[in-house]
Design a protein around this ligand. Structure first.
Ligand code: SAH
Ligand code: DHB
Ligand code: MG
Length: 221
């Protein structure tokens, strides 16, 4: 298998299952022009997140790592009119690109971008006794993955779903001797999720236009 095949397959799937989408294309364009890194989920992954949210009837979604709002657009579109996406972003420049992209997509009224270190915002959400979330998408800094999941669990409803991006990292996650802090963080995250009594978790490896990576998936008991 070659990376070229993964790209061809992603293109085929995307063409037939996702199609052209002006708001998403414009969001990617604007993100590019603003110099944001191109590390958003792929088209097929974005639609997968969207369908996951719809399949559980999610009304409240939490996202860690907004970037230019690409995955946020997919997730916000899954919400009913009075649903809410709360998305946490450290970098104010990223948040401002995302805000503008969400406005152009007509979704800004459903989305609350919270700027700052995600762990601080999670503490604030907990102290504010915020309504429980139905779905969480964890896609911020990888070294902090386990502390994020730990802080998110009490914010989720029973039966709520937690999805974690980038848990395979071209296979590096299997390397116990890695000195990459992101890979170490993801390893700790998987170990944490597997050991936590409130979670039932699994992980799926993926290939495609984003290379070889994967998602962890968990349900809060
Ligand atoms: N979910 C996005 C991609 C997110 S990329 C998408 O698929 O479209 C990761 C983002 O996490 C970056 O924008 C980065 O600035 C942000 N980030 C890094 N450290 C963070 C922190 N401590 N708190 C919140 N966000 C953080
Ligand atoms: C990186 C982060 C991501 O969220 C992603 O999907 C791909 C790469 C990164 O930090 O390199
Ligand atoms: Mg990611």
């Amino acid at each position: 298998m070659t990376r070229e095949q993964w790209n061809d397959v992603d293109r085929f799937m995307s063409q037939h299952l996702v199609g052209d989408d002006r708001a998403l294309a414009a969001a990617l364009d604007a993100s590019d022009r603003a110099g944001l890194p191109q590390i958003q989920v792929s088209e097929t992954q974005g639609k997968w997140l969207h369908l996951m949210a719809r399949s559980i009837g999610a009304k409240r979604i939490l996202e860690l790592g907004t970037l230019g709002g690409y995955s946020a657009i997919w997730l916000a579109r899954a919400l009913p009119d009075h649903g809410r996406l709360v998305t946490l972003e450290l970098d104010p420049a990223h948040a401002s690109v995302a805000q503008s992209n969400l406005e152009h997509a007509g979704l800004a009224t459903r989305v609350d971008i919270r700027v700052g270190p995600a762990l601080n915002t999670l503490v604030e959400l907990s102290e504010a006794n915020t309504e429980p979330f139905d779905l969480a998408f964890v896609d911020a800094d990888k070294p902090m993955c386990a502390p994020y999941v730990e802080a998110i669990i009490p914010l989720m409803r029973s039966g709520g779903v937690i999805i974690v991006d980038n848990v395979v990292r071209s296979g590096a996650v299997a390397d116990a001797g890695t000195d990459d802090p992101s890979v170490q963080g993801v390893r700790r995250c998987i170990e944490f999720m597997g050991a936590h009594p409130a979670l039932d978790a699994t992980a799926i490896q993926t290939v495609g236009s984003k290379g070889y990576d994967g998602f962890a998936f968990a349900i809060r008991r």
